[in-house]
Design a protein around this ligand. Sequence first.
Ligand SMILES: Cc1cc2nc3c(=O)[nH]c(=O)nc-3n(C[C@H](O)[C@H](O)[C@H](O)COP(=O)(O)O)c2cc1C
Length: 192
Amino acid sequence: MPPKILVFAGSIRTGSYNARLAAPAAKELTLTGADVTRISLEDYPLPLYDGDAEAQSGVPANARNLRDMMAAHSGVFIASPEYNASVTPLLKNAIDWISRVRERGEPPLAVFKGRAFAIGGASNSPYGAVRSLMALRQVLELGCGALVIPEQVTVFRAGEAFDDNDNLTDDRAANTLKRVLGRLIETAREMA
Ligand SMILES: Cc1cc2nc3c(=O)[nH]c(=O)nc-3n(C[C@H](O)[C@H](O)[C@H](O)COP(=O)(O)O)c2cc1C
């Protein structure tokens, strides 16, 4: 059975560099034999997390939908933009809400603990969103108990890094992406 891999970006901006990074990631995963689902967080709108709202109305349906989407895959690739040396509020809010979903009979955060994660980031800076990846690794590993593979991909000067078909033009970034996704597939297979 091909491993099922979920791909999404932490930005819903039109023309987002990270959505553009998610595109070659999904393409490469498919070529490597994975069964890929690419989603946009735009299709899972969520209010900003508020404990009072949760106490009153419970976890929103879209948080459950995202959690279920994750649960249906054995690997996840997240393309994470960098905002002020960290992750976007959109991505952090989605993770926070997912972490609040409690499935009967499952320990807390089971959805994060049961699958492999890989991360990458694109930014116009010369550092390619690397600080966002450090923050995301902390959130996923320390906060949610996820296994995030050590390899990661950074795409710097993102404005010039993609061609018109959203392929990476830089060999270093393209090869790193390949390596990251190969390891993700391997780890996802082991965890499935
Ligand atoms: C509030 C804010 C903070 C930002 N901080 C950083 C930063 O710390 N490092 C960086 O490389 N880019 C930073 N940027 C630029 C983003 O990397 C850039 O907007 C990028 O296009 C966002 O990713 P996207 O194209 O996937 O939407 C920031 C942008 C915004 C709006």
